[in-house]
Design a protein around this ligand. Structure first.
Ligand code: 5AD
Ligand code: SF4
Length: 474
């Protein structure tokens, strides 16, 4: 139907099988190793999609016979999965990769791989090619599924490999996966983005929108529920575009309804929803589906309609506020969060304060806030940007002050209440040893024993601060 369908190549089962054979060949090479199985160290930057991608890379490494280490110095293979969303993220990676030159000097057999969104950018790949000669393998998110073949090439041809072909993207089913916790799992439902917000690099590095078949998603979720996973987060750059490229008509709300029919004690979360495509049908479906968490991450980016237009977001301040009203009407208890960019090129102080006034009006439970970072190749990077960094910092601090106050107030309102939480792990804090999440996704540090991990419990909230709640399991 659409051009997405034509360009989104579905990787055939025989191709995935071929990759498994490369895993087997590498495993054979690894079996004879004098020091035991090689150890892999993976480091992931950026969003949950990258976390999910790294779990696939680890699945493939495990099939190659690798063990895992948390210590980069003990590793035989290092995989760095990178993020390109802001300049800071890129700088950090260049710092880390630069340092690895010493590790390679000490251990010339060390294999260093760089993948993810940074790797997909030609400028970055060229810089690695020329100035970071200790990196052996570079591949973008589109080439993730052929990691075994690429790595086999590095091992057998003894040469550096760069795989960043400008592909629109593909869908690969059946890749192995290593999930880190037995409680929470990530499930990608679609890849790529077609929105081209003027500041954003994602559509250039992750290709066009492409949806997984609903049957594949349902099978994966069913399997996870059967394995005992309690919280499953559906991932996509814009989950509300789900299904637009599929032959069988199905949208995201339909998908939620289908997933909700899977029996079991589990919660479904999802991110990210683009406000232009979120609407009544989605909100009503969320309200009606008992497995769907009453939580919505609905990034507004700016509270000023002029800036929203320049960002190419496809909605005005008023239209956004109307969506929030609709969501709250359908689900009065909904937990709302958002992303904000301060200092978009040409933004004035007055316009930035419109964003502050919007957050005062919405009263989000929490915010992810960023100062605009120019991304070469995006339209915004070419726009005049007269405000200084210092000015933007002042606006940013005002936004943070307002949000911290609001989060603090909303959190205080939980104190004394009993809430149902999923205990998802340890917090690392002796006084409140467990970490847990409310239905709406708010963090609760809990007093209680480790045996509660993986269980839903009733908790009494006894304290709160700006970032979290504190309580005891009943
Ligand atoms: N500069 C600052 N923040 C950005 N984001 C995306 N691109 C940029 C950029 N160039 C933010 C948006 C998005 C979140 C994932 O990152 O708020 O929602
Ligand atoms: Fe980037 Fe906009 Fe796509 Fe989100 S919707 S990934 S901000 S282009």
């Amino acid at each position: 139907m659409s051009d997405t369908r034509e360009t989104a190549k579905r990787i055939g089962a025989e191709e995935i099988e071929r990759q498994k054979q490369f895993c087997a060949k590498i495993r054979k090479m690894n079996e004879g190793r004098p020091g035991g199985p090689p150890l892999a160290y993976t480091q992931t930057y950026g969003c949950q999609q990258n976390v999910a991608d790294s779990q696939r890379l680890m699945g493939m490494l495990r099939e190659m016979g690798c063990g895992f280490t948390q210590d980069a110095r003990a590793a035989d293979i290092i995989v760095i999965n990178t993020c390109a969303i802001r300049e800071n993220a890129e700088k950090k990676v260049f710092g880390v990769v630069g340092q690895l030159v010493h590790a390679k000097e000490k251990n010339p057999d060390l294999t260093i791989c760089l993948c993810g969104c940074m790797a997909q950018q030609e400028v970055v790949a060229n810089k690695i090619k020329q100035s970071y000669r200790h990196v052996d393998l570079v591949f973008g998110p589109q080439a993730l599924w052929k990691f075994p073949e690429l790595l086999y090439g590095v091992y057998t041809e003894k040469k550096r490999i760069f795989s960043i072909a400008d592909e629109h993207g593909s869908i690969a089913e059946g890749l192995p996966v290593v999930r880190e916790s037995g409680v929470k799992a990530w499930v990608s439902i679609m890849y790529g983005c077609n929105n081209f917000c003027s500041y954003c690099i994602v559509p250039y590095v992750r290709g066009r929108e492409r949806s997984r078949e609903a049957s594949d998603i349902l099978a994966e979720v069913r399997g996870l529920v059967e394995e005992g996973y309690r919280e499953i987060t559906l991932l996509g750059q814009n989950v509300n575009s789900y299904g637009k490229d599929l032959d069988t008509p199905m949208d995201f709300a339909d998908l939620l309804r289908e997933i909700d029919k899977i029996p079991g004690d589990y919660l479904i979360r999802f991110m990210t929803s683009h406000p232009k495509d979120a609407g009544q049908k989605l909100f009503e479906t969320m309200a009606a589906c008992s497995h769907v968490a009453k939580q919505l991450h609905l990034p507004v980016q700016s509270g000023c309609s002029r800036v929203l237009k320049a960002m190419n977001r496809g909605y005005t301040r008023e239209q956004y506020l109307e969506k929030v009203r609709m969501a709250r009407e359908a689900m009065p208890e909904i937990v709302l969060t958002s992303d904000i960019i301060i200092g978009f090129p040409g933004e004035t102080e007055e316009e930035a304060m419109e964003t502050v006034s919007l957050i005062e009006e919405v009263r989000y439970d929490a915010l992810f806030t960023f100062i605009y970072s120019p991304r070469p190749g995006t339209p915004a990077a070419k726009m005049p940007d007269p405000a200084s960094r210092a000015e933007k910092q002042v606006w940013f601090d005002k936004l943070l002050d307002a949000q911290n106050r609001i989060s603090g107030e909303l959190h205080r309102a939980y104190v004394g209440r009993t809430v149902r939480v999923l205990v998802d792990g340890e917090s690392g804090d002796e006084a409140w040893p467990l970490s847990s999440r409310t239905h709406g996704g708010r963090l609760v540090h809990l007093k209680g024993g480790r045996e509660l991990i993986g269980r839903y419990v009733e908790a009494r909230v006894t304290d709160s601060n700006t970032w979290a709640l504190f309580g005891e399991a009943l």
